[in-house]
Design a protein around this ligand. Structure first.
Ligand SMILES: Nc1ncnc2c1ncn2[C@@H]1O[C@H](COP(=O)(O)OP(=O)(O)OP(=O)(O)O)[C@@H](O)[C@H]1O
Ligand SMILES: [Mg+2]
Ligand SMILES: [Mg+2]
Length: 484
């Protein structure tokens, strides 16, 4: 099939919990995760007869902050509606949401496109709604033995951000979500670390064919995986000349596959009508009073200008609020001097080592990393030893052992660079050459790889402490002598 015929089209509906103290229509605390199920309830969030909702002003301010940051237009008048459906996660049998008059329309979010460079993903709308309760299925969704329900989550403020179908691959969808998460965190309206704080319905089609909606994916990686699975499934059907059904599917996280769900409710099944207990919302005039903080794109530009970061490093560092703050703390004692080393060591090495350990940034203190960068900058240790020190630092934190300063680790492991100690290097070179006559021969026959191999051997013998430039120079000299 030609590429044009297999063009992937993705649009996302993203539900984000707003990090308010109390729920959207009552005073119940939203901080329920550490408490037992069904402990943060009142007649309003339970929807008992006669209970009257009262709108949380802070939630609307948060939603407007997001709308402004995403370049949306706040409408003159928006409205809450009741979306009626029967499902055990909804004890009052309707959800208060916004339907034909959402809070905000239009807007866009810029992401790094697959083709390279920035691209705008247009947004359709942002609306405010209450979260339903949480169902815990014992067994899987389709064939569970029974389900438990926790209404603590019922009534927590959500915004739903609906994108236009502007993404062209699962990877772009992942980029969109990462950028959105970063933006929400910079705005201090969202806590991505809270379980279930972001949930995605991912719509995907192949150009010219029906779209499929994969509902309620709860992880960023999950969205990319579910979409990747769908691309393969849909392309296979098309290749075999079969039709793609317009349907809703579930993502089975453990198996990495999607599965057809019961047929999707039609819009009229929801019997939407304006919520009679809430007045229309006229808040457009608040927009001018909303002051936005520095957002990820602006911070990225600043990191490049102020610290000389490469585009990729700046992207990585500012793509996460905590990481960006961490970087600025690390370089604070000498921004110009430390930034070049700190960019690579944090954006590449530290992130790599953290991911490898499935570890977050929280246990790592910027002071220790700054101390390590100073050692590297002063030339006290080699890059190779730097990695070793970093690994020890991370392992101590991961295993909750007593932590040592980088200097203490260098001293304990004897990692100080053996520069000037040419005797030790020369001895290691002699050893390496005599142990590897084949490499010597290959080198004589002009094989460049042999030199790299010998460098590695000498490095090993000096346990990475030798200055790489010095080592290289001395090794080539020694090899030349042997040739003569
Ligand atoms: N051809 C398409 N391929 C992939 N995604 C599409 C396509 N057309 C529309 N979409 C996306 O589908 C989503 C439609 O969401 P919307 O909430 O408007 O309707 P819905 O899915 O029918 O309703 P519900 O809120 O009940 O899920 C948007 O994110 C849009 O970008
Ligand atoms: Mg929707
Ligand atoms: Mg949808």
């Amino acid at each position: 099939m030609a590429e044009e015929e297999t063009q992937v089209i993705v649009g996302l509906e993203v539900h984000c919990q707003l990090d308010t103290k109390s729920k959207l229509f009552c005073g119940c605390s939203t901080d329920y995760r550490s408490d037992g199920p069904n402990t943060h309830l009142c007649p309003i969030c339970l929807g008992l007869p006669g209970a009257m909702p009262a709108l949380n002003k802070r939630a609307i301010e948060y939603a407007m902050k997001v709308a402004k940051a995403l370049n949306c237009e706040i409408v003159n008048e928006s409205e809450f509606s009741r979306k009626n459906y029967f499902y055990p996660d909804l004890d009052k049998a309707y959800q208060i949401t916004q339907y034909d008059k959402p809070l905000a329309e239009g807007g866009y979010l810029e992401i790094e496109s697959d083709a390279g460079g920035e691209k705008k993903v247009r947004l359709t709308r942002i609306h405010v709604e209450e979260d339903p309760g949480r169902l815990v299925h014992m067994g899987n969704v389709e064939r569970g033995k029974y389900s438990l329900v926790d209404y603590n989550r019922a009534g927590i403020p959500l915004i739903e951000i609906v994108s236009e179908p502007d993404m062209r691959s699962p990877k772009e969808a992942r980029k969109f979500l990462n950028k959105l998460r970063a933006t929400l965190e910079y705005l201090s309206v969202f806590d991505s670390e809270k379980e279930g704080s972001l949930r995605v319905d991912a719509n995907i089609s192949i150009k010219g064919h029906e779209r499929v909606e994969v509902k309620n994916i709860t992880s960023y990686k999950g969205v990319e995986k579910a979409l990747t699975f769908e691309v393969t499934r849909q392309k296979n059907l098309i290749r075999r000349g079969l039709r793609i059904e317009r349907e809703t599917r579930h993502f089975l996280e453990g198996r990495g596959v999607t599965q057809s769900a019961r047929s999707k409710e039609q819009e009229h099944d929801y019997r939407y009508f304006p919520e009679p207990d809430l007045r229309p919302l006229r808040v457009k005039s608040w927009v001018d009073g909303i002051v936005l903080p520095e957002l990820p794109d602006a911070r990225r530009e600043r990191f490049m200008a102020q610290y000389g970061c490469s585009l990729n490093h700046a992207r990585t560092l500012t793509g996460d609020l905590k990481l960006a703050n961490f970087f600025e703390k690390v370089v604070s004692s000498d921004p110009k001097g430390l930034a070049p080393l700190a960019s690579t060591w944090i954006a590449d090495t530290l992130i790599g080592e953290l991911n490898y350990r499935d570890m977050g940034l929280d246990p790592v203190d910027p002071e220790s990393v700054a101390a390590l960068i100073w050692l590297l900058k002063a030339g006290t240790i080699t890059d190779k030893s730097g990695v070793e020190v970093l690994r020890v630092m991370l392992d101590q934190r991961l295993k909750k052992e007593k932590t040592e300063t980088p200097d203490a680790i260098v001293a304990r492991l004897g990692l100080t660079r053996t520069t000037g100690d040419t005797g030790a290097i020369a001895a290691a070179i002699e050893e390496a050459i005599s142990e590897n006559p084949k490499a010597l021969e290959d080198y004589r026959n002009g094989e460049g790889k042999a030199l790299n191999f010998l460098v590695g051997q000498v490095m090993k013998k000096t346990r990475g402490k030798a200055d790489p430039a010095e080592l290289n120079r001395m090794l080539i000299e020694a090899l030349k002598k042997k040739e003569a």
